[in-house]
Design a protein around this ligand. Structure first.
Ligand code: ZN
Ligand code: CO
Length: 330
């Protein structure tokens, strides 16, 4: 699980440019799925098992990033726009990688002056690609944070845990299933979640599931001065009850909680007050899809050091495996 997480989090794939990540996942799951297809937007859909209930599992392949918008004529510095929810507090000094491998460093106007005590707008930031870019980085070039993953005890620290760790949960679940599930399960690795759940919706239309589960990171209440929240790192799989885009139907909630209790899996109830997941897009596909979410608790979301706990990741894998392996009656 650790080496797979390293491989996937270090891969490059801002929203709309998930092809490298998809390639890596396709190689991992080729032997684990009965059928595999890539849809017109780039979602990877993998079918496993047989049964009366059709279950869609969604984990997004994309990560937040940026796109070069303008080259300053004299200096050559790049201005950029965000792809997804870039945090301005996470930018200065960070490295970004463009698709051709060019590494850029993010600077800010007046770093030791006004930018030291207040958070600047995005147009105060710029990227230095001097003396190395071979000219292929230009307005329209997408970039993503460039960082390696680190292991600290049970903790994994890296960029793009959101949501490559969800992809890891899906892949490891497929590995445990060995193609045996008493439901028709569709593992969908989605595109463009960070820019508005744009991949999951059409994928749900295509799959037409009876019930759906998104796998994504969630915030924790154990950071200083965060919103009050009962979820903590190392506390087990987080079973979502509510977020600003989704009210989990009681039948879906109970299905998950009963499974966790039966299988003796550590879990916690999640109420998230900021953000949402692919599940909120899927629930509104076609005539409506009852949807829930198994969340991986994560500190420092949308930074280069998103931090998860391997015990929580394992709990999510075990819970998901139990849910899709046994006949789901909802
Ligand atoms: Zn996410
Ligand atoms: Co995100």
């Amino acid at each position: 699980m650790i080496e797979l997480t390293r491989k996937l989090t270090e891969a490059w794939g801002p929203s709309g440019y998930e092809h490298h990540v998809r390639q890596l996942i396709q190689e991992e799951v080729a032997e684990l799925a009965d059928e595999m297809q890539v849809d017109p937007l780039g979602n990877l859909i993998c079918k496993v098992g047989k049964g009366d209930t059709r279950i869609m599992i969604a984990a997004h392949m994309d990560e937040i990033g940026l796109m070069a918008t303008y080259v300053e004529p004299k200096s050559g510095y790049l201005r950029f726009a965000n792809i997804g929810g870039l945090l301005h507090t996470s930018l200065l000094g960070n490295r970004v990688r463009f698709e051709d491998g060019t590494i850029g460093v993010i600077g800010v106007h007046d770093a030791f002056g006004v930018s030291r005590t207040s958070v600047p707008e995005l147009d105060s930031f710029y990227i230095d690609v001097s003396d190395g870019a071979n000219g292929s980085v230009q307005p329209g070039s997408p970039g993503a944070f460039a960082y390696t993953m680190e292991v600290r005890g049970t903790r994994l620290v890296g960029k793009a845990m959101d949501d490559r760790i969800g992809c890891v949960v899906a892949i490891e679940t497929m590995r445990k299933l060995k193609k045996k599930a008493k439901n028709e399960v569709y593992f969908v690795f989605t595109v463009q979640e960070e820019v508005g759940l744009r991949g999951a919706r059409p994928a749900a239309y295509n799959v037409n599931p009876d019930v759906a589960i998104a796998l994504d990171v969630t915030a924790t209440g154990d950071e200083i001065k965060n919103d009050k929240m009962a979820v903590k790192l190392g506390g087990g799989a987080a079973i979502k009850l509510h977020d600003p885009g989704l009210v989990v139907p009681p039948a879906v909630r109970d299905w998950m909680i009963e499974r966790a209790e039966k299988d003796g899996i550590a879990y916690q109830r999640e109420l998230l007050t900021k953000g949402t997941t692919d599940a909120s897009g899927i629930q509104m596909a076609r005539a409506g899809v009852p949807s829930g979410c198994i969340s991986i608790p994560c500190r420092f979301i949308h930074t280069t050091s998103e931090t998860v706990d391997t015990r929580d990741v394992q709990a999510c894998i075990d819970l998901l495996t139990g849910l899709v392996k046994n006949p789901a009656k909802l």
